[in-house]
Every structure is written in structure tokens, then in C-alpha cells.
Design a binder for this molecule. Structure first.
Ligand SMILES: Nc1ncnc2c1ncn2[C@@H]1O[C@H](COP(=O)(O)OP(=O)(O)OP(=O)(O)O)[C@@H](O)[C@H]1O
Ligand SMILES: [Mg+2]
Length: 467
């Protein structure tokens, strides 16, 4: 789609027909399709049907309150930018409108040239957002390797390690915190190995029962122990000529580690209860989210096994260190769950994106996948909003100073407002400075103060935020 084909829809709801005509005349410009109505119910129906990106809404409608209508519009599509207009400014109603999801609050008579500029900016913003979404989609296709999505330098290093290691490895170790994608990498290594058409056998070492692991991995012969009523092929033999994935290797019992080392060195197995030695030709991939070196210090992991395994190590980076991958991953998971739940979900609002961008992701990609999955399941409209995200992402409540009784200093109010604007601007500091009417230098110095609060600063301020 070219830029010129993207047309934004603007709906104006005002009970004075004269106003409608004037606004329409003042705002008309290429790329904007303006519809108007004096009837609030018809307006709401138009929102449902036409899905306008921008709504200009009069606060004092004769038939019903503009504030209620605002709520209904936002509930219908939280991605809509609703600009409230009123002839009777009051701080309370301005605050209420913003809290209910209005993008702005303007007083009449309208400063038409400012409004026109603002709408023009929204058009170009919308275009670039749409363009970025398309780009992200193309990027998702381009920047992924066997289902591992990412484009950060850190993940590209992982891709190239997989490509280099896969054709040749006999043993490989994948390390990284929980949820970083170790299992995906293990599959990719097998899929790109010369034995991709052979067995890929998974052994979850954490789930091995100490007394049974030997029989599970090496097999046994009939009569080897009580209950061994027939011969059993172990996992290593089963995966002959293929790959064995030893997941959670850090949890393997010490006795098992000694036996595994022997298999790695000699490529031989002995079934329990048998003296016959069988040759196996197997590639090994081990993975762990534990720090094997500290397990060695604690004497729960064998050093010789570690050296044997770690000759080829692929380390997966944490998501917090590669936040550049967030937009792609978000798009990838939205696509996945929208298809799974058969819902027409388009994306995330800027507020939601800002929340995701600020989070530290201790559960890494798995945490992101779960959050987006849940939001996609619950969301009613076509965009995921901040309210569809779990409470722990909402570290700093927006505009809380209006709810609590605590009296704030002007500086604290300013800090909270700054944080709110940053959220709205998706973390874009230049745009935020522009909106706030301050220089970027001032904005940075305000942020520095928020990030390194005074010792006696009351709790509940946005002090812990890193914007
Ligand atoms: N880069 C990625 N692109 C797409 N999906 C990913 C990516 N990384 C992880 N995932 C998804 O996140 C989830 C967790 O990944 P995986 O099971 O590979 O993590 P892990 O590193 O093995 O974690 P653990 O140590 O807890 O076992 C999976 O559903 C996986 O598909
Ligand atoms: Mg895993």
C-alpha cells in the first residue's frame, strides 16, 4: 500500500450543525475523510461501522453527555484518538476526559490552525505506524530462523552460531535464562544438521527418576531387575544416527553424569543387566538455565562433563538486553494468537507498547508470549490496550495523584505528567519534549531526577521508572 492510499477517517460529533460545517471546512486535507453528525447515537453507530481513527467530540451534547459517549467509543475501540471539545473549560472535566481515554481536551472557540496542524501530525504518525507494522510483518518473515524471531545484533549472533554449528557438531551446549528459547535452538540445530531426517529424542533430565534413569537412557534386558519383564531399548539406542536433546542437564543426577560422559567419549552403551556393548552414533545437544560453573563449585555437576559439553556453547541473551526485538516478537505473537483464536486483532495501542517496552522481562520471551496470548484471548476490540495487560506491568499508576489524598509538590506533579506524556508517545523523548513545550535537555534532566530520587522521596512516585 502506498502512502497516498492510506486515508484516515475523522468523525465529528457536535449538536450544532453550524460547528460541524466550520470544522469540516477548516480541517479538510488530502488523506483525510471527514464525516459528521449531530446525533450522538448515530455517531456511536458510525464509530462501530466505520472505525474512524480520530473522533472530535463535543462535551455538551443536548441529548446525552459527551463524557459517556467518550467511554463507549473508547470501549468500542481503544485505538481511536478521541479529542474532546468544550465551550466550558473545567479542570475536573479535562482530567476526567483524559482519564477516560481522551487523547486531548480543547476549548472552544477552537484554535483551528492548531487543530489542523495536530490532525496533519496524526495523519503522518498513523502512516508511519501503519508502515512500521507492515515493515515489522516483513521483518518477521525475514528475521527469523526456524521459528526463532529477532533482529537484534545479539540474536543475529545466535543465528550465525546455529548455522555454523549445525552441520558439524557432535555435542553442543545451549545456555540461557528461562524462556530465552533454548528448546527452539535445539530443534533448529537438529533441523539444520545432516541427520535432520533421523530421530530427535528428548530427555528431560529434571524429570528422570534417579532409580530409573539408567534403564530409560541405556535400556535393560529381561530379568535385569524386578519388573523388567522384557528387553527395553534405551533413549540413546532409540536415537541411533539421530540427535538426543538432554534438556535441563544441570538437573541430571551425578551417577547419570558419569555414565553419560562415557557415552559421549566412546559412543557406546550397555543395557542394564547385559555385558554386551553396543555402538551408537548419536549427536548430543544439552541445555540448561543453570550456571553449570557454580554447580561444579557446589560439586553437583562434573567438571569433566562440563568441558566435554561446553566445547561448542551457544549462549542465549535475555530479552531485556535486546529490547529491539520486542516489536517483531509482539507482531509475531499477535499474528499467532489472532489466527489461533480467529480474531481480527490488528496490534497494540501506543500505551500498551510503552508498558511492554518498560518491563524487564524476567521470564523472557515465554513471559511475552504468555502476556500477548492472554491479551489476545481477552480483548474485545481489534487492538490490545494497556488495560488488557497484566497489573504487574503497570508499575506506576497513571494520574494517581488525582485519586489519592496525598498532596503533591509541583515538581512531583510535573514528574508524573512527564511520565504520562512519555507513555503516550511510546517512549519517544523528542516528541515528548515537543508536546511538553520543554527542551530535550530539560526533559533528560527531569528524567535523571526521577531515576535517582532523593532518599526521603515518598513511595508511589515514578521514582523507580526507567523511561
Ligand atoms: N526468539 C523467539 N522467537 C519466537 N518465539 C520464541 C523465541 N524465544 C522463545 N520463544 C518462545 O518462548 C517459549 C519459551 O521458549 P523455550 O521453551 O525454548 O525456552 P527455554 O529457554 O527452553 O526456557 P526454560 O529454561 O524455562 O526451559 C516457547 O513457546 C518458544 O516458542
Ligand atoms: Mg526449556
Amino acid at each position: 500500500m502506498s502512502d497516498s492510499e492510506i486515508v484516515l477517517k475523522l468523525l465529528v460529533i457536535d449538536d450544532e450543525a453550524l460547528n460541524l460545517g466550520l470544522i469540516k471546512l477548516a480541517l479538510e486535507q488530502p488523506g483525510l475523510d471527514i464525516v459528521t453528525t449531530t446525533d450522538p447515537d448515530e455517531g456511536l453507530a458510525m464509530v462501530r461501522e466505520k472505525r474512524p481513527e480520530i473522533v472530535l467530540l463535543d462535551l455538551m451534547l443536548s441529548q446525552r453527555s459527551g463524557m459517556d459517549l467518550l467511554e463507549e467509543i473508547v470501549a468500542c475501540d481503544p485505538g481511536t484518538e478521541v479529542i474532546m471539545m468544550t465551550g466550558y473549560y473545567s479542570a475536573e472535566s479535562a482530567v476526567e476526559a483524559i482519564r477516560k481515554g481522551a487523547a486531548d481536551y480543547l476549548t472552544k472557540p477552537l484554535d483551528v490552525s492548531a487543530l489542523r496542524m495536530r490532525i496533519s501530525r496524526m495523519i503522518s504518525e498513523h502512516r508511519s505506524r501503519k508502515f512500521t507494522t507492515q515493515l515489522d510483518q516483513q521483518m518477521v518473515d525475514t528475521f527469523q530462523l526456524d521459528g526463532i524471531v529477532g533482529r537484534s545484533p545479539l540474536i543475529l549472533d545466535v543465528f550465525s552460531a546455529i548455522r555454523r554449528v549445525a552441520p558439524h557438531f557432535r555435542t553442543a551446549l545451549i545456555t540461557g535464562d528461562t524462556g530465552t528459547g533454548k528448546e527452539l535452538v535445539a530443534h533448529a540445530l537438529h533441523r539444520r544438521s545432516p541427520v535432520s531426517d533421523k530421530t530427535f529424542a528428548v530427555c528431560n533430565c529434571a524429570a528422570l527418576v534417579e532409580t530409573l534413569f539408567e534403564s530409560e537412557l541405556f535400556g535393560h534386558v529381561r530379568g535385569a531387575f524386578t519388573g523388567a519383564t522384557q528387553d527395553k531399548v534405551g533413549l540413546f539406542e532409540y536415537a541411533h544416527q539421530g540427535t538426543v536433546f538432554l534438556d535441563e542437564i544441570g538437573d541430571m543426577p551425578l551417577a547419570g553424569q558419569a555414565k553419560l560422559l562415557r557415552v559421549l567419549q566412546n559412543q557406546e552403551v550397555q543395557r542394564v543387566g547385559s555385558t554386551a556393548v553396543r555402538k551408537v552414533d548419536v549427536r548430543f545437544i544439552a541445555a540448561t538455565n543453570k550456571d553449570l560453573r557454580s554447580l561444579i563449585r557446589e560439586r553437583t555437576f562434573r567438571e569433566d562433563l562440563y568441558y566435554r559439553l561446553s566445547m561448542l556453547e551457544i549462549k542465549l541473551p535475555n530479552l531485556v538486553d535486546r529490547k529491539e526485538d520486542l516489536p517483531l516478537l509482539q507482531r509475531y505473537f499477535i499474528e499467532k494468537f489472532a489466527t489461533q483464536y480467529d480474531k481480527p486483532i490488528r496490534g497494540l495501542t501506543r500505551r500498551a507498547q510503552a508498558l511492554l517496552g518498560r518491563h524487564d522481562w524476567p521470564g523472557n520471551v515465554r513471559e511475552l508470549e504468555n502476556i500477548i496470548g492472554k491479551a489476545c484471548m481477552m480483548v474485545e476490540g481489534t487492538v490490545i490496550d494497556a488495560k488488557d495487560l497484566p497489573p504487574h506491568l503497570h508499575k506506576t499508576p497513571v494520574l494517581t495523584h488525582l485519586d489519592d489524598d496525598k498532596l503533591l509538590s509541583m515538581e512531583e506533579v510535573g514528574q508524573r505528567h512527564l511520565v504520562r506524556v512519555l507513555e503516550r508517545m511510546g517512549g519517544d523523548k523528542s516528541r515528548s519534549a515537543e508536546v511538553l513545550g520543554i527542551s530535550r535537555t530539560t526533559l533528560y534532566s527531569m528524567l535523571a531526577k526521577i531515576d535517582s530520587p532523593q532518599k526521603d522521596q515518598p513511595t508511589g512516585t515514578p521514582a523507580t521508572r526507567s523511561a
